[in-house]
Design a protein around this ligand. Structure first.
Ligand code: ADP
Length: 423
């Protein structure tokens, strides 16, 4: 009987392995439908989308697409049939082994070798052993199945985040003397023929407030992303204190920047943790930066202050407006207190008065740090030490508000076009 059980356990494992491989093949073949089906499911059930869906009568569109994707789901019917065949075979083998065991016990009992008490005992043992083997087999199948998925996840996690992560430490300086410079930098997005930036040379003077302006698509955000090492230049180098930025340790390098991108993210976490970008929150400092972005009143009025969860996920937290989220994003940048501050149009959702206030206060907030501001409202750039105008992939103009206006170039045109609406 022991040999018999060992054989059926081996059969269970073997068939389980075959089944897992086939199941995985099925699921994989349906990846596209699966992803789209889940995406549409999320879109249709997220309460944030309900306004748009009702106003624009989108429910028919989404449901139609969802049903279409669901048709791909008959793959699960096939998978169910396959499961039925395999699990049925496994169960059949197991029950056959149980039958053989019962037969042996029955024969012994008929021959008077064991009494009725032992028959009951053995019957119980046989059924339990077979159940254990079946359960063991099904757990192994589910482990193997999960492991197949984990391998994809593991591969993704293990893939290097950057082609190259330098080793040089960043020199710790209290005086904030971090000088960045672009040397003849060009950049094209992979598989896109045109160069977004072409032979750009630019020095960010320490402590300087620089505005980066230009029409949409001029390459302002790309320039900032190159500086933050999110992309690597296709040509040329960017240096920090004379050394190629790619030679520095990446984690240390990012500490030099406080950046607010247009597409910043706030998370469904407490307000304080969103500001600190950590579960350890220096509350005093958090209130200080909230004061600076004029949001402390709003946060104080929330039921748990800094510990209030953001976003109303199933009634868990508070919803905030786009403008408030932008102020929080700026507060996060101030909290980080890095020597180089970058604001990439973080005030687009603010009204003009709030934006003007933020920009006016910003010089005070960032004090002697180096700063880059990108804004489509030219009036916000007036207070900067230097204005750099990007156009057609290169630097078209550099100067102060007054010199650029006098120069009657792109900046003057952009400024006057906007100013006429306020005259
Ligand atoms: P700006 O900030 O001045 O509006 P961007 O730096 O965002 O300009 O974009 C510059 C150009 O690069 C645009 O033509 C844009 O379409 C293109 N671009 C931006 N991001 C990507 C990307 N991830 N892949 C391909 N092209 C991109």
């Amino acid at each position: 009987m022991i040999v018999l059980y060992a054989v059926i356990a081996a059969c269970n494992l073997y068939l389980g392995k075959l089944l897992t491989a086939k199941q995985y093949e099925f699921i994989h073949a349906n990846d596209h439908n699966n992803a789209l089906g889940s995406y549409l499911g999320v879109i249709m059930t997220d309460e944030k989308n309900s306004k748009d869906i009702r106003l624009y009568g989108l429910s028919g569109l989404f449901l139609g697409k969802y049903r279409q994707k669901m048709e791909g789901f008959n793959i699960y019917l096939q998978m169910g049939k396959l499961n039925g065949k395999f699990i049925g075979s496994i169960e059949g083998i197991n029950q056959f082994a149980a039958g053989v065991a019962y037969l042996l016990v029955g024969m012994k009992a008929l021959n008077g070798m064991i009494d009725i008490g032992n028959v009951i005992l053995y019957a119980g043992v046989i059924s339990q052993t077979v159940n254990c083997i079946t359960e063991f087999g099904s757990q192994v199948i589910s482990f193997q199945f999960s492991a197949e998925y984990l391998s994809v996840f593991d591969e993704f996690i293990q893939s290097p985040a950057m082609d190259y992560d330098g080793t040089l430490p960043i020199e710790k300086r209290d005086d904030g003397q971090y000088e960045f410079e672009f040397h003849d930098v060009s950049f094209a997005y992979p598989d896109c023929g045109t160069q977004v930036l072409s032979h750009v040379s630019l020095k960010f003077n320490i402590g300087e407030k620089m505005a980066l302006v230009g029409k949409n698509g001029a390459g302002k955000t790309t320039l900032v992303k190159l500086l933050c090492r999110l992309y690597e230049p296709t040509e040329g180098t960017i240096t920090l204190n004379g050394i190629d930025i790619w030679k520095y340790n990446y984690a240390e390098y990012t500490r030099a920047f406080s950046v607010v991108f247009q597409d910043f993210a706030m998370f469904s976490l407490p307000v304080g943790e969103n500001i600190a970008a950590s579960s350890k929150v220096d509350e005093e400092r958090a209130w200080e930066v909230l004061d600076q972005v004029e949001l402390s009143g709003r946060v104080r009025a929330m039921k748990d202050g800094l510990k209030t969860q953001l976003y109303n996920n199933n009634g868990a937290g508070v919803d905030i407006s786009g403008g408030e989220a932008q102020r929080l994003a700026i507060a996060r940048a101030l909290y980080k207190d890095a020597p180089f501050v970058i604001l990439d149009e973080p005030t687009a959702a603010l009204d003009p008065i709030a934006e003007a206030q933020i920009y006016e206060n910003f010089n005070e907030m960032v004090k002697n740090k180096t700063a880059i501001y990108i804004s489509h409202r030219m009036s916000s750039c007036k207070f900067c030490d230097r204005i750099v105008v990007l156009d057609a992939g290169g630097i078209a103009e550099i100067g102060t508000h007054d010199t650029l206006l006098a120069g009657n170039g792109i900046y003057a045109e952009l400024y006057r076009t906007q100013a006429q609406y306020y005259a």
